[in-house]
Design a protein around this ligand. Structure first.
Ligand code: ADP
Ligand code: MG
Length: 569
């Protein structure tokens, strides 16, 4: 019990730091259990891994706040944010190095299941890093006692035990998430791929500050595209329904086009109250596509877009260690389709021009036989008719797309207008006179059989390092994440890296799709511990598309064959 812990600490006082290791174990406090799962080697090392478990009987949150998996994750997200708020008041410096520090993984603007705080049908678990106190490299026993038997219980009473004052805020958290889920679930019935409620605030403070811009113009749907959906806790909500098919977003530079597209891209997540995008939702299988020159590509059939490369290089199982703008974007599209994308988002700002357009004059000058690329404009309708995949495209620079768009939305001073009829009239009056290229069908989707690299050598497990949302290192491999725009927090990246490491052992060939299904089934059950060698405190839920994106960027990935039929028995 906690009395034993106090006694042990008194005995350890003044001894060498490594003697702390003997504390490993679980201690019962009056209201909760404290587990010291892993003890740091010295006061400057990564903090010790500690978890606190409190039963619902002790935590006293009303059962309606945790009666299903969605509410459990939502309450956990709420508590997590509250814990991060109160830690600065509770944490005290208690000696050298990280002595006394309490480290809890950061959150982001969205509600996700995370390992730092988990609510289960039985109770609540908090996982944190704790810097066990030292003076120099000697155990500071009294400071450790205060930390473990005063600071931590104080954290429990201030952040893990229900206070009636939280009622409104918790309920707002829950209703916000449930409304968003309900809106997203209605998209398909209305033949929509995304929805932006009127009065949403889309722009952010800056590229590095995801809080809402303070003096933003609230979003207003054009009349013609306005739909009304039902939110269980709020009733009718009206806004822009982005229809399935091909939707073009046009408008002058700086009039807010990219901001709308980014909001849709993040609409696969549920935003926290106050974000401004609480009622902006997108089909869960929406993938932002961009050019990403320099990335590696392994065995992807990009022939729908690029065929007959110079020197007779095949594009049906295209591999490169250094893709061009157009080949990288083509690979991104085919890989997204392989992983099950239903909606593609493309912004001219980050697209390869030569993959997007090839106008009549260029077709006349450079014959099709001399151009390996079939531009997206000839494929975008086929994507929908052959594969049911919709596209939302920001394109302020070329009117050729008027001919292939089902809907055209113009942004003017951040205000959206439906200009479909006008654009179609222009396209009729001034036809592009382009030749259709690339045939009548889109072509087949890659289904590769892949083998994950072996990162662990012998008994040495590979190290995982994440740097913001820019780089992930797994063992010897650095993976550039900047092209994966729908990653939202490093907790996701870390979880994906560990999932990949866990599955590397199954040293056989998987269809990528089966591998994704397999890993995602654990994520869906929020069983993160199944993905990692030991319980971790800094992971969060991720989508299959970001998992696929990271696997696809592994330079040591191997593709065994491009067809599931030829899987070895
Ligand atoms: P575009 O893609 O059309 O060039 P952006 O979407 O990049 O334009 O937006 C340009 C600038 O306007 C950005 O700084 C963005 O934050 C800001 N902005 C976008 N939408 C709004 C809005 N509704 N209200 C105020 N500012 C906005
Ligand atoms: Mg832009």
């Amino acid at each position: 019990s906690h009395r034993d812990l106090e006694q042990q600490l008194a005995q350890l006082d003044g001894r060498s730091y490594s003697a702390y290791k003997s504390l490993k174990g679980t201690y019962t406090f009056p209201d909760f259990d404290l587990t010291l799962a892993h003890i740091q080697g010295d006061p400057f090392a990564a903090p010790s891994r500690v978890s606190i478990w409190i039963s619902h009987g002790q935590a006293q949150f009303p059962a309606i706040y945790w009666h299903d998996q969605t509410r459990q994750a939502t309450l956990a997200d709420f508590l997590h944010r509250h814990i991060l708020d109160v830690i600065p008041q509770i944490q005290q410096r208690r000696g050298s190095g990280k002595s006394g520090c309490l480290m809890v993984a950061p959150t982001s603007q969205v509600v996700l299941a995370r390992t730092a705080v988990q609510v289960t049908p039985e109770g609540i678990e908090l996982r944190l890093g704790v810097g066990l106190p030292a003076f120099g490299r000697r155990i500071a026993g009294t400071a450790a006692r205060d930390l473990l038997t005063q600071d931590l219980p104080k954290l429990v009473t201030t952040a893990l035990q229900y206070q009636p004052a939280w009622q409104l805020a918790i309920e707002e958290h829950i209703t916000t998430v449930e409304n968003a889920n309900a809106l997203r679930a209605q998209l398909a019935d209305h033949n929509l791929v995304a929805f932006i409620a009127n009065d949403s605030i889309l722009p952010r403070q800056s590229g590095v500050n995801p809080k809402p811009l303070s003096k933003a113009v609230p979003f207003k749907s054009p009349r013609a595209l306005e739909v009304t959906l039902q939110a269980p806790h709020t009733g009718s909500i009206t806004g822009l329904g982005v229809p399935a098919g091909v939707t073009l977003i046009v408008g002058g530079g700086y009039h807010g086009k990219s901001t709308v597209l980014k909001a849709i891209a993040h609409g696969v997540y549920n935003h926290i109250p106050g974000d401004g995008r609480e009622q902006v939702v997108a089909d869960a299988e929406t993938v932002k596509i961009r050019a990403e020159d320099g990335r590696g590509v392994t065995g992807v059939d990009i022939s729908p877009f690029i065929d007959r490369l110079p020197q007779g290089i095949s594009t049906q199982a295209f591999s490169t260690i250094n893709a061009s703008g157009s080949t990288s974007q083509a690979a991104n599209i085919l890989e997204a389709m392989e992983a099950g994308a239903r909606v593609l988002l493309i912004d001219e700002d980050t697209a390869a021009t030569n993959l997007m357009i090839r106008d009549r004059n260029m077709q006349t000058l450079i014959a099709k036989e001399k151009e390996p690329i079939t531009p997206f404009i000839d494929k975008v309708q086929q994507l929908y008719t052959d594969h049911g995949i919709s596209t939302v495209l920001v394109m302020g620079g070329s009117g050729d797309y008027f001919e292939v768009a089902d809907h055209v939305i113009a942004l003017d001073n951040y205000m959206a207008h439906d200009v479909t009829a006008k654009a179609k009239a222009i396209a009729t009056e001034y036809p592009s006179k382009r030749q259709g290229e690339g045939g009548q069908q889109f072509g087949t989707i890659t289904q590769r059989c892949i083998q994950l690299p072996q990162f662990d050598h012998g008994r040495k497990p590979a190290k995982v390092k994440t740097q913001r949302l820019t780089t992930l290192t797994i063992g010897p491999e650095d993976i550039d994440l900047r092209g994966i725009e729908q990653l939202i927090e490093p907790n996701q990246t870390r979880a994906i890296a560990h999932a990949i490491l866990t599955w590397q052992q199954q040293n056989r060939c998987h269809s990528l799709k089966n591998l994704l299904d397999d890993i995602m089934s654990w994520v869906k059950r929020q069983d993160f511990d199944a993905l990692t060698p030991y319980p971790m405190n800094d992971l969060s839920e991720f989508r299959r598309h970001e998992l696929a994106a990271i696997i696809n960027r592994l330079r040591s990935l191997r593709v065994i064959s491009d067809s599931e039929d030829s899987l070895p028995q």
